[in-house]
Design a binder for this molecule. Structure first.
Ligand code: HAM
Length: 420
């Protein structure tokens, strides 16, 4: 017996007709983002490991536990990208995009890789649709980016989504907060997990993402970042809120929202969907004003978001405009002594006129061909038997109304258009 292979754990095959929904969603993203002046960027799936360590942060779960890291044949440490922001910033610096008019507005659509425990809405290869705006300090850019995100989701049919909004302040705000949080947690060190004890030294903010119930209840009494904000950070956040209110965008301030990546500064946000259970975040994003400089570029403020496309599709509303599309609505079938070549010729001439057509080329019985057309969701079957061949006509059978009519070949396209 030969070995039967399976897709790697946590990865999936996306099959038709679902793939038509994936590309439909991506088309809407392209259209909406382009109306805001964003253009597509495609970066490599492989990057130097150090890029993610420096940007996402050494003490994060992503870098600490979830990266697909390996050595190539020359012993270089490479990583399958766990997210796309670091790569976009790397490309921005490497390709000299700061010399172009700023801000750079870039969007991407593609797979990302994280070694997480697979479950509903959580995969090891998943897909993100994201956007990054580099070179403007905001707060109007913050608001505009969030408006774009919500417009995109609105076009897909999402209605009652609420943006959860917070600020993690600038570097000074966070330094003050780190000290306060350490002072608060230090006396309870023995109630912390080993991970969190380590993070108490390296990066106490990361303790706030804990999933541990004991730590969560301890943190309920912890000081909040909002109490450590500098005046500048407070003002920035207030302005973002004012602009969003002016545009009637529904949001809720979540003082405990800190996000799981280290590069964030000031505005952060998430959108969650109740339909998803534990893995409920469909979008995460925020400002990352220090990252371009951290990765070796001239300092540039920036902000962005990424939507989890897999999760988005799992909760796509019923009333969405993006639909499953059948393979081809028309099938061409020959019968009697008519050569198969005729099915191909008719199909080709219809395709030249922009119609989607499947030609039956495998000499099945007419009955089997009709059954197949029915099962693959065809609307019309064009039958060419000996009589039709002799008379220069075809028989058009409408599978939806179960009616059929004889049509001359010249009138075929018009006939299909009329009965639609
Ligand atoms: P993130 O919150 O790590 O942020 O990921 C964004 C979204 O990707 C999540 O809200 C979720 O929908 C989806 N996602 C993450 N992990 C998985 C998984 N294992 N399976 C399925 N979906 C997943 C970022 O990645 C940042 N780069 C976002 C950003 C862009 N911030 C600024 N610019």
């Amino acid at each position: 017996m030969s070995q039967r292979f399976q897709a790697v754990k946590g990865t999936r095959d996306l099959l038709p007709p679902e793939t038509s929904v994936w590309s439909g969603v991506e088309e809407v993203a392209r259209r909406v983002f382009e109306t805001y002046g964003y253009r597509e960027i495609r970066t490599p799936i492989l990057e130097d490991t150090e890029l993610f360590v420096r940007s996402v942060g050494e003490s994060t779960d992503i870098v600490g536990k979830e990266m697909y890291t390996f050595q190539d044949r020359k012993g270089r440490s490479l990583t399958l990208r766990p997210e796309n922001t670091a790569s976009v910033v790397r490309a921005f610096i490497q390709q000299g995009l700061q010399r172009e008019p700023l801000p750079a507005k870039l969007f991407y659509i593609g797979p990302q890789f994280r070694y997480e425990r697979p479950q509903k809405g959580r995969y090891r290869q998943f897909h993100q649709i994201g956007a990054e705006l580099i070179g403007d300090p905001g707060p109007y850019s913050d608001a505009e980016l969030i408006l774009m995100l919500v417009r995109f989701l609105g076009e897909l049919g999402f209605r009652d989504l609420v943006v959860q909004l917070n600020t993690v302040g600038d570097e000074d705000s966070r330094a003050a907060y780190r000290t306060r949080l350490r002072e608060f947690l230090e006396p309870h060190r023995d109630r912390l997990t080993a991970d969190s004890q380590r993070r108490l030294e390296t990066n106490p903010l990361r303790i706030l993402d804990t999933k541990d119930a004991g730590e969560k209840s301890l943190l309920a009494g912890a000081p909040q970042l909002v109490d450590c904000l500098t005046e500048d950070s407070r003002q920035h956040f207030a302005t973002v809120q004012t602009i969003l209110e002016r545009h009637r965008l529904p949001f809720r301030v979540e003082p405990r929202l800190v996000r799981g990546l280290d590069y964030y500064t000031r505005t952060v946000f998430e959108i969650v969907s109740e339909g998803l259970g534990a893995q409920d975040a469909i979008v995460g994003g925020g400002r990352y004003d220090g990252l371009v400089e951290e990765l070796g570029g001239q300092p540039q403020p920036a902000i962005g978001f990424a939507i989890g496309e897999d999760r988005l599709l799992e909760v796509l509303p019923e009333e969405t405009s993006v639909r499953l599309s059948p393979v081809a609505p028309i099938a061409v079938v020959t019968a009697g002594n008519v050569p198969t070549e005729e099915a191909l010729a008719v199909a080709e001439s219809l395709r030249r006129q922009g119609l989607s057509v499947a030609a039956e080329l495998s000499r099945r019985s007419v009955k089997a061909a009709l059954k197949r057309a029915h099962r693959s969701g065809c609307r019309w079957v064009i039958l060419i038997g000996d009589d039709e061949m002799a008379g220069g006509t075809v028989t058009v059978r409408d599978l939806e109304t179960a009616s059929q009519s004889q049509v001359t070949r010249d009138a075929l396209v018009e006939h299909l258009g009329e009965s639609e």
